[in-house]
Design a protein around this ligand. Structure first.
Ligand code: GLY
Length: 368
């Protein structure tokens, strides 16, 4: 076993311990971010978008470690079933986060049409957010708002369109990607968190942010959602514009982040109090790993793979992975949810743990 393989295997052992502790200590609880390293607290959610990441991690545990030592699959099915009712939730733009990480993994394993139907219905529900005036899927905030985050969710609409041969669903997903590319991705590959549209005319008005530093700055996680999400859009459509956008975001990330691979919450904030946003790094690692398979250019593929491994090599060290932090309940430390609101600042976050394990699982699978 190589040194990297040993590290990755140990990371999954540690993740297993943390996840067992979580589900045994707080049964049927869906955490979002820790407070002082503890998952259960009364801090606000802002919006309920994280309920798929626990089931998603349990499916990954089942895939990587099997069930000889713990019934991961039974738990993964249980935590997936607990969110099934969300397939008709019209209050959030996050149904991809909820169902791609859970029911899609379940369907990949079983081919069960009833499980597939849940994924399809979630995609159909998400498409109801489409604004014909402006040609975008509206965010949970308001009709006038389009978030970069939605690029991580739009894949489930492409999937539902393919499964049902619904051309209108396909049009909606495709148009949303084109609108996001046009107004939220900048010429240098950086991204805006939010675009505001005139709901009467559909005219694009301005770029804004909720979780970044300034309206014209680059919120790291948003860019990583775009990097990963445009790659997914390309994998469905083979539209070269989406690949080009994913690669522009990837290049921005690589050029602006320290060589060890972990960015701050926003690249434009000078000397931030907390220098790291580890969940952005985890998303970037997983997105870059996928992008290496999508780009047709071998030099780019090598760059993305090497950089993804560099990120994961950093995140699996005790500075980031909580393996040597007694009492800490998350897996990955130094994540950031919403700094302005003071939510999940320098803590573990569920999506950080999920995309970290996804990247580790994918790299481990290939190294075997
Ligand atoms: N709402 C998604 C995020 O915080 O990245």
């Amino acid at each position: 076993m190589t040194q990297l393989e040993t590290k990755l295997t140990r990371t999954f052992d540690f993740a297993g311990k943390q996840l067992r502790h979580l589900i045994e200590t707080y049964p049927d609880y869906f955490p979002m971010y820790t407070v002082n390293g503890k998952w259960k607290h009364s801090g606000e959610a802002w919006t309920n978008w994280c309920e798929g990441f626990l089931g998603g991690q349990l499916w990954l545990m089942h895939r990587v470690t099997g069930d000889a030592r713990f019934a991961w699959r039974e738990q993964a099915e249980h935590y997936s079933r607990l969110i099934e009712h969300r397939k008709t939730d019209r209050a959030v733009h996050d149904l991809g986060f909820l169902f791609w990480s859970t029911y899609r993994r379940w369907h990949d394993l079983t081919g069960d049409p009833a499980i597939n139907q849940v994924v399809i219905q979630a995609g159909q529900t998400l498409a109801l957010r489409f604004k014909e005036k402006g040609q975008y899927l509206r965010s949970f905030v308001s009709d006038e708002s389009c978030f970069i985050d939605i690029m991580m969710n739009v894949g489930i609409i492409f999937y539902a369109a393919l499964q049902t041969r619904d051309e209108n669903l396909w049009r909606i997903a495709n148009q949303h990607c084109l609108t996001t590319r046009k107004y939220l991705v900048r010429g240098d590959g950086s991204t805006s968190h939010e675009g505001i549209f005139d709901t009467t005319t559909g005219e694009f008005l301005r770029q804004t942010t909720h979780q970044g530093y300034r309206n014209d700055s680059s919120w790291a996680r948003g860019l990583c959602w775009a990097l990963y999400g445009f790659g997914t859009a390309y994998s469905f459509t083979r539209d070269a514009r989406f690949l080009q956008t994913a690669e522009a975001c990837a290049n921005f990330y690589i050029e602006h982040t320290p060589a060890y691979g972990v960015p701050p919450n926003d690249w434009d904030q000078a000397q931030p109090q907390f220098p790291h946003e580890s969940s952005a790094a985890a998303i970037a690692a997983s997105g870059l790993w996928n992008l290496a398979d999508l780009t047709g250019d071998p030099a780019h593929a090598r760059l993305y793979r090497d950089y993804a491994i560099e990120i994961i090599d950093t995140l699996t060290e005790p500075d980031f992975c909580a393996v040597e932090t007694p009492g800490w309940e998350g897996i990955l430390k130094h994540g950031m949810y919403h700094q302005r609101k003071g939510l999940g600042v320098d803590e573990s976050v569920m999506w950080g743990d999920y995309f970290f394990l996804e990247a580790v699982a994918n790299i481990l699978q290939e190294s075997k």
